[in-house]
Design a protein. Structure first.
Length: 104
């Protein structure tokens, strides 16, 4: 397992572009809930955040691709608006143990 980081390293209600083992990932934290996806839009195959910064809504419930404004539900990764509607972000398995996140 590869260490991603400590939960406290990632502010609440934001998305965070991270690279683990040369793999671009998008981590979203809402309180104690954590969601981890491949940082790749199903529409273009490119990252969701080429301009940098968070792609999460202020409440952390939606993610918006900066390339073409597709919207994804954070909890499931489902695209609910835009060109890839009905498709999903690819979830990535992880383990949270003692406030540390590990890639499975």
């Amino acid at each position: 397992m590869s260490l991603i980081g400590k939960l406290d390293d990632y502010p609440d209600n934001g998305s965070h572009n991270i690279v683990v083992d040369q793999r671009p990932l998008l981590l979203v934290r809402r309180g104690d809930a954590v969601f981890l996806y491949e940082n790749r839009c199903p529409h273009t195959g490119e990252t969701l955040d080429p301009m940098g910064g968070s792609v999460a809504s202020p409440d952390g419930l939606l993610l918006t691709c900066q390339r073409h404004a597709a919207e994804f539900i954070t909890d499931s990764g489902e695209c609910v608006g835009g060109a890839c509607q009905g498709e999903y972000l690819q979830a990535v398995a992880f383990t949270l143990s003692n406030n540390e996140l590990y890639l499975d």
